[in-house]
Design a binder for this molecule. Structure first.
Ligand code: NAD
Length: 418
């Protein structure tokens, strides 16, 4: 993270910027800028060679005014306390903007998972689950997957928690495998909410999705599902990229065939039905109707923002625009639909997973997708109504205005203790 803005300071300045438009006292605002608590722990496990190693880990519970804390656990060597605090704050506003009854949390372990065996990762995960046990629970704090964690880690955490608590409580964690109480539709949920946001955005802006040109940066879970669902709506996916580079086809790519090719070869480059290969950077500045950044944070920054030619940007990734890039695109009239709405499908279907776990009654994929569509379309309408009513400069500020107001309302209704 060297050379980059401290994410926790970025979160605090985003709150300050949105709060300008709201009638919220500085004392209330101060509360919204800091986590309620942060667990910092050191996990010591035995490696396969018999030696011991210590790993630092965090869990931040940012705000619980609207419900239990909710948010992922990431495994990455660059995890820091401030990053985890910031990510937990963004979860508060993501859950609030789609109006699901959760607060925000986030966790992380400072580890490069590629350097350890599956057995070692299991021991680290179970050690973290044991440390987290007094602080989590289906009515308290519900972790989920994030960078470098998935169904496997969620199942280990659930199993450790249930063993230590002598209970069955699948709703203590989401993002589980279907057999362990996961939900239909969870894997596709983030790409689906990205597609729904783009569809609603085009309608709002009086743009035609049929035949619209689309470039997608990142062909992983979020990017490839968004590309395929947009293709199914009639859009022309002219370019996609992954960490190897980009491919371009003027008449549109067959997104499923590209996915099969990537599964076989490990990258999108080399796909035979493309017109040409581009660099990942070139994809970001193509003259398209819609750009979907679905890879990593800070993809568009002060250096390339003035070259972005897309009319609409829908953020599937978390934080793909730096604050300066955001300002440049706003000034240039590019319509950016923010991550806290566009990729909220993941946490929304996690919410459905939790509801199903608590009821021990499981929904069809069709029902999951219908309920997700209702939530995203309602949130989109709330966002555009606020954008117009407050005459705001962009849709990101509108999303934060909606979200902060909801958290403040919940806080004011509950009051303070003591
Ligand atoms: P993933 O690991 O499945 O896919 C990431 C893709 O990005 C890969 O194809 C990788 O090759 C590509 N990539 C990496 N660096 C790149 C670069 N410089 N240029 C182009 N492509 C590059 O991850 P994912 O789950 O799809 O997550 C992508 C983004 O979406 C992340 O920001 C994540 O935080 C966000 N997100 C994901 C979910 C979810 O449920 N999967 C939910 C919310 C937010």
């Amino acid at each position: 993270m060297t050379g980059k803005a401290n994410p926790f300071e970025s979160l605090q300045s985003q709150i300050d910027e949105a709060a300008v438009h709201l009638d919220v006292g500085a004392d209330v605002l101060e509360r919204l800028k800091h986590p309620e608590r942060v667990l910092e722990t050191n996990l010591t496990i035995e490696l396969d060679d018999g030696t011991l190693e210590r790993f630092k880990a965090f869990r931040s519970q940012f705000n619980g005014d609207r419900g239990p804390y909710k948010g992922g656990i990431r495994y990455h060597p660059a995890v820091t306390r401030d990053e985890v605090k910031a990510l937990s704050g963004w979860m508060v506003y993501k859950c609030a903007v789609v109006n699901i009854p959760y607060g925000g949390g986030k966790g992380g372990i400072v580890i490069d998972p590629a350097a350890y065996s599956a057995d070692e990762l299991e021991r680290v995960t179970r050690a973290f689950a044991a440390e987290l046990r007094p602080f989590i629970g289906e009515d308290i704090d519900i972790p989920a997957p994030d960078v470098n964690t998935g169904q496997r880690e969620m199942n280990w955490i659930k199993d450790t928690y249930e063993l230590l608590e002598n209970t069955t409580e699948p709703g203590v964690i989401t993002g589980k495998a279907l057999e362990s109480g996961g939900s239909e539709g969870r894997v596709e949920a983030t790409g689906r909410s990205t597609m729904l946001t783009a569809r609603e955005a085009f309608e709002y802006l009086d743009m035609e999705m049929e035949g619209a040109t689309v470039a997608v940066q990142g062909y992983g879970n979020a990017g490839w599902i968004a590309a395929t669902l947009l293709e199914d709506l009639g859009a022309n996916i002219v370019a996609v990229s992954d960490s190897s580079g980009a491919i371009y086809a003027e008449s549109g790519l067959d997104t499923r065939a590209v996915k099969d090719f990537k599964n076989e070869t490990g990258s999108v480059q080399g796909y035979r039905d493309a017109d040409e290969e581009l660099s990942g950077e070139e994809l970001l500045t193509l003259d398209v109707d819609l750009l979907v950044p679905a890879a990593l944070e800070n993809a568009i920054d002060a250096d390339n923002a003035s070259e972005v030619q897309a009319d609409v940007v829908v953020e599937a990734a978390n934080g793909p625009l730096t604050p300066t890039a955001d300002e440049i695109l706003t000034e240039r009239g590019v319509h950016v639909f923010p991550d806290i709405l566009a990729n909220a499908g993941g946490v929304t279907v996690s919410y459905f997973e939790w509801v199903q776990n608590r009821q021990r009654f499981y929904w069809s994929e069709e029902r999951v997708n219908e309920e997700l569509e209702t939530i995203i379309v309602d949130a989109f309408d709330d966002l555009t109504e606020t954008y117009e009513a407050y005459d705001l400069e962009n849709f990101r500020t509108a999303a934060y205005v909606v979200a902060i107001q909801r958290v403040v309302n919940a806080f004011e209704e509950s009051g303070t203790f003591p």
